[in-house]
Design a protein around this ligand. Structure first.
Ligand code: WQD
Length: 336
């Protein structure tokens, strides 16, 4: 299939692009570079030995988006085009609602106009909010603690309603847990703007000497070592989950929600130790106060992905730590 990757030059989108082409599909990328840069496209063409049609557009611009569909035979869409920083969403909620919802509305309208009926959406485990219990299953209660998460939940509900009203549509909502790692080549990886919010890019910037030490946000949670527990998943495993999702969407209609996680929870200190062991490095850290909005534990029940999509994560924590470091150590300043 020829897949439009809306926001496809970003961290998850770029890794998904490589795996799509490896799996025999083709890709078209539309991206405004708000969370990426032109260098990513050069590296994607290097890694896939393929010329990838690219449109530097705001995905929320119906007219420009329609041009993409008119110039390429698009069979399905994967929607990555959204802002994704929790903290920033609290400072600039309107920017998040405007962007994340408008890109969605434009995609739905232009897909309809061009008779494209398969859509995979990049959602997030953040929609579960403060879990009543773990592991998290798809049918469990949702509830969000920040505007970013609320945009993801709203988009899930919009897509569910639109799909219920149009039986030709097939929608898969993928709830990512914590993506980390990078392609084994070290040519693409996570490239946060400014000081990283997320744990692994912060650790790799400490390791490469850009930051002095890691602040561990709280060691008084009700977890084995007191630090936050999350379900870290290798970004290449996550990317392969999209291939299975789009191939599922090709054969079905209706809406499915699927967790993409490993089902294993690791604490912050587990990650620090694993990173040090995998790479023979020392990561200095200090215990700090809890980060507002953080939860103690969040990890997936991955059974539905296995049973419905025939997908499960294959890479382990050592792979994630080794590949994260390989990317950072070979790209000290990211894609600059
Ligand atoms: C992981 C753990 C922190 C940084 C967020 C979004 C989620 C998704 C992934 C977009 C927590 C601790 C972190 C640091 C630390 N993003 N930590 N020091 O918060 O689970 O999820 O990113 O889709 O939607 O909510 O990920 O990597 O920020 O934190 O101690 O400098 O590491 O407290 O326990 P999080 P994270």
């Amino acid at each position: 299939m020829n897949i439009l990757l809306a926001g496809g030059a970003g961290y998850i989108g770029s890794h998904t692009c490589v795996e799509l082409i490896n799996a025999g599909h083709s890709a078209v990328i539309a991206d405004d570079f708000s969370n990426s840069c032109p260098e990513v496209l050069k590296r994607l063409e290097e890694l896939t030995n393929t010329k990838i049609p690219f449109y530097n557009i705001d995905v929320a611009d119906n007219e420009k988006l329609d041009k993409v569909f008119k110039e390429n035979k698009i069979d399905a869409v994967i929607h990555f085009a959204g802002f994704k920083a929790v903290g920033e969403s609290c400072e600039k909620p309107l920017m998040y609602y405007r962007n994340n919802l408008d890109t969605t509305f434009a995609l739905l309208e232009v897909m309809k106009k061009n008779n494209v009926t398969k859509l995979v959406f990049s959602s997030s485990a953040t929609v579960y909010g403060i879990p009543e219990s773990v592991p998290l299953r798809e049918g469990m209660k949702t509830g969000c603690t920040n505007p970013y998460g609320r945009t993801k939940l709203m988009i899930e509900e919009i897509l569910t309603d639109v799909s219920a009203a149009d039986e030709s549509l097939s929608v898969v909502l993928l709830r990512y847990f914590n993506p980390i790692g990078a392609h084994k080549s070290g040519r693409i990886g996570e490239n946060p703007n400014g000081i990283p919010n997320n744990l692994m890019p912060y650790i790799t910037q400490v390791a490469v000497g850009k930051l002095p030490s890691l602040g561990v946000f709280g060691d008084d949670y009700n977890t084995p070592d007191g630090t936050g527990v999350r379900d870290y998943i290798h970004v290449v495993d996550l990317a392969k989950g999209h291939i299975k999702a789009i191939e599922y969407a090709e054969k079905h209609t209706g809406t499915e929600i699927v967790n993409l996680g490993t089902g294993i929870g690791y604490s912050v200190l587990d990650i620090v130790k694993a990173f040090e062991q995998a790479n023979g490095l020392k990561i200095p850290y200090v215990i700090k106060a809890r980060r507002p909005g953080d939860i103690a534990e969040c990890y997936a029940d991955p059974a539905k992905a296995r049973n419905l999509l025939g997908w499960q994560a294959e890479k382990d924590l050592q792979d994630m730590c080794r590949d994260s470091w390989n990317w950072q150590s070979n790209n000290k300043n990211g894609y600059e």
